[in-house]
Design a protein around this ligand. Structure first.
Ligand SMILES: Cc1cc2nc3c(=O)[nH]c(=O)nc-3n(C[C@H](O)[C@H](O)[C@H](O)COP(=O)(O)OP(=O)(O)OC[C@H]3O[C@@H](n4cnc5c(N)ncnc54)[C@H](O)[C@@H]3O)c2cc1C
Length: 478
């Protein structure tokens, strides 16, 4: 292993890398420097923490810094000295490295509105990214009745749903004419807005905000149409910007993120970047699955276990993880070649759209109860041909006799079917862990890490464990 590895950032990517390096052993030393004062936590679960369904202890990340890892929390790296190969911290330390890894993540975007440009945000205005942000939101929410959420993307809607679930009156303000425009089309977004309304979330669309007036008693959001909305709390969910300040100051190549190659190296061979701060090709990731895949590849390279390992991005599936709304979106929702199949039932809160090109799913939006969602994701993920009776995918209904049935039960799932997208764990790996002695969901999760990311696959993992306990011998690869 490279002798002294220094990781800047104790978030989802940095922690995973430290865990992977520690698990591989070696005689190198790993130092993790994290600006946040807490032990590493699962940032993804902050939206669930807002709902009250879990508490802070449930947010701990599975891996804790292990043998040979020197973890320092509450320490901010202030500069990189590339010539001396050292980083400086806000505590006045200088720490030398043989290899430096930037895992600095991203920061919540604060829109340049009048009233928000003074640096520190007013007390009743919170940008949503960290555990401290979440604590601030909950502290104000405890005494609040009305909440405004600025931003109708994934993060904004998860925050809105969580706060509405606490009995607050929530309004989402979004400058675009429809919600989640990066993942949805207008028809799907209209069904989603209707479902949200039923859950206590009002939406104000196609109207930019112009100013924020915040005082000790409340906050007012001024809108471009001349109206204004008053509330007790304003949550900003206006996007994430990669934290590239250190890299830029050190003269590394940065575009939107820190530019990295297939081995996650920057233009300085002794410095790598992973996670939300990194840009691989044209892509910023912004999700945990690619961040953890990058951490794994980098650990293989730095530990010498596989010096030629390469990061290969996978297609992204977006899921809204909030009670009362089932939403999965994948591929580009815009126009594209091939067949287009849609089904809409706004009153039932259901919308399905599939784009199929050369017998492959190239994009899909599935909103509401649709039993075939798992099958569609598998087909998209693995680029497999779709069944000839498309209705099964669109409606999740039974197929006509003689056609291939979607794999809705564990027994019919192929071994290569991905169950946990965050950790890239397939059914075969779960079966293997069962064979090697894991008998409960917790044991299987501990061994494979399945379900430790966004948690949306926990039911599927439990279903597979239950199925395994009922079959005497399991044929992997069916
Ligand atoms: C509420 C919420 C819900 C989300 N839901 C999902 C989801 O459902 N699915 C999904 O895939 N992704 C989701 N994400 C995104 C996911 O959390 C990120 O992709 C992931 O956290 C990226 O990991 P990272 O380590 O790159 O960045 P982070 O987890 O942000 O960690 C970066 C760390 O680096 C530290 N740092 C920065 N600069 C310095 C410095 N100079 N010195 C020391 N430390 C520094 C920061 O303080 C931070 O702790 C969600 C994010 C949020 C906020």
């Amino acid at each position: 292993m490279t002798n002294r590895i220094v990781i800047v950032g104790n978030g989802m990517a940095g922690t995973r890398l430290a865990g992977e390096l520690s698990a591989r052993g070696g005689d190198g030393r790993v130092t993790v420097l994290g600006a946040e004062p807490h032990r590493a936590y699962n940032r993804i679960m902050l939206s669930t923490l807002l709902t009250g369904a879990i508490g802070e202890p449930d947010m701990r990340l599975a891996e804790v810094a292990g043998h040979g890892v020197d973890l320092r929390t509450g320490v901010c790296v202030t500069a990189i000295d590339r010539r001396d190969r050292a980083v400086r911290t806000d505590r006045g330390d200088q720490i030398h490295y043989d290899h430096l890894v930037l895992a600095t993540g991203g920061r919540a975007v604060v829109p340049p509105l009048t009233g928000l440009t003074g640096g520190e945000l007013p007390e009743r205005v919170v940008a949503f990214r960290t555990l401290d942000d979440c604590r601030r939101i909950l502290a104000v929410a405890d005494r609040a009745h009305r909440v405004l959420v600025l931003g109708g993307g994934l993060l904004g809607l998860e925050a809105a749903r969580g706060l509405a679930g606490r009995g607050l009156e929530v309004t989402v303000v979004h400058p675009v004419p429809y919600l989640m425009e990066r993942q949805l089309d207008p028809a799907a977004a209209a069904v989603l807005a209707r479902t949200l309304a039923g859950l206590g979330v009002t939406t104000r669309l196609a109207v930019p905000a112009t100013a924020v007036v915040a005082g000790p008693r409340g906050v007012r959001l001024e809108l471009a149409d001349g109206r204004s909305l008053a509330a007790d709390l304003l949550v900003l969910a206006c996007g994430i910007r990669p934290d590239t300040a250190l890299a830029t100051a050190a003269g590394l190549a940065v575009r939107r993120g820190v530019l990295v190659d297939d081995q996650l190296r920057t233009n300085d061979q002794r410095i790598s970047a992973i996670g939300d701060c990194a840009q691989h090709g044209d892509a910023l990731t912004g999700l945990v699955a690619p961040a953890w895949a990058q951490a794994r590849v980098l650990a293989q390279v730095l530990s010498g276990a596989d010096p030629s390992a390469r990061y290969r991005p996978k297609p992204v599936v977006t899921r809204l993880k909030t009670a009362g709304i089932d939403l999965a979106a994948m591929g580009d929702p815009g126009e594209g070649p091939g067949e287009e199949l849609t089904f809409t039932d706004p009153a039932g809160g259901t919308y399905a759209r599939l784009r199929i090109n050369h017998e492959r799913v190239t994009a899909a939006i599935l909103l509401g109860d649709n039993p075939s969602v798992g099958t569609v994701i598998q087909l998209f993920d693995r680029g497999q041909p779709v069944p000839s009776d498309r209705r099964s995918l669109l409606l999740g209904r039974a197929l006509s006799p003689g056609s291939a049935e979607p794999a809705t039960t564990p027994a019919l799932m192929p071994a290569a079917a991905t169950v946990c997208h965050c950790n890239n764990v397939n059914k075969g790996a779960l079966v293997e862990s069962w064979r090697s002695g894991a008998r409960t969901v917790d044991e299987v999760v501990a061994e494979t890490r399945a379900g430790t990311g966004c948690g949306s696959c926990r039911d599927a993992v439990a279903g597979i464990v239950e199925w395994l306990s009922t079959v005497e011998s399991v044929e992997v690869g069916r």
